[in-house]
Design a protein. Structure first.
Length: 174
């Protein structure tokens, strides 16, 4: 085993090298101030299993049928330790089972039914209203463009001295 001395970075100390020592490994510093460094363990023949936890845990979601099945299985347990075995097998906590039981008492499968979260789907009337709003916006933009073209035509006719008479309105008699 080889010892590597730890030398402070001050100018007053001169670097020293300790002679190699025999014997077992030591965790305390050597008399010369150096620590003993152990050789790395030899690589094992079989790789170690990874023990890392997944980076992002995902929340479990239980369907209404699954909840009802677990509640009924818990009701069927009569022996000592059967409910604990059920909870371990299904990998759920007892508090979750008691919550599902309370929901089952209040309204059976209706309380356990899956509730969809988020925005409600639009009705046919709401979809039609949105389509009409978009169409109105497009027509409004086209109208602004047409009015701008008419204004430009008026200015050009004034500059050239051309008299523009308004077109006769068809269907309106005054």
């Amino acid at each position: 085993m080889r010892t590597i001395p730890i030398v402070p970075s001050t100018a007053s100390h001169s670097p020293t090298v300790s002679p190699p020592r025999g014997g077992g490994e030591r965790s305390e510093p050597s008399p010369s101030g150096g620590l003993t460094v152990a050789a790395p363990p030899p690589p094992s023949a079989s790789p170690r299993p990874t023990t890392e936890v997944p980076f992002i845990a995902q929340r479990r979601r239980f369907t209404a049928e699954y909840k009802l099945r677990v509640v009924r299985a818990a009701e069927a347990c009569h022996g000592q330790g059967e409910i604990g075995a059920l909870l371990r097998r299904e990998r759920i906590y007892s508090s979750l089972l008691s919550t599902w039981r309370a929901q089952h008492k209040r309204g059976a499968l209706a309380a356990l039914s899956d509730v969809r979260r988020g925005r409600r789907p639009a009705t046919a009337e709401a979809r039609e209203n949105e389509r009409l709003r978009q169409e109105l916006a497009v027509v409004g933009q086209r109208l602004k463009y047409a009015e701008l073209v008419i204004e430009v035509q008026k200015k050009v006719s004034e500059l050239l001295g051309i008299c523009l008479s308004p077109p006769p309105l068809v269907g309106l008699e005054s």
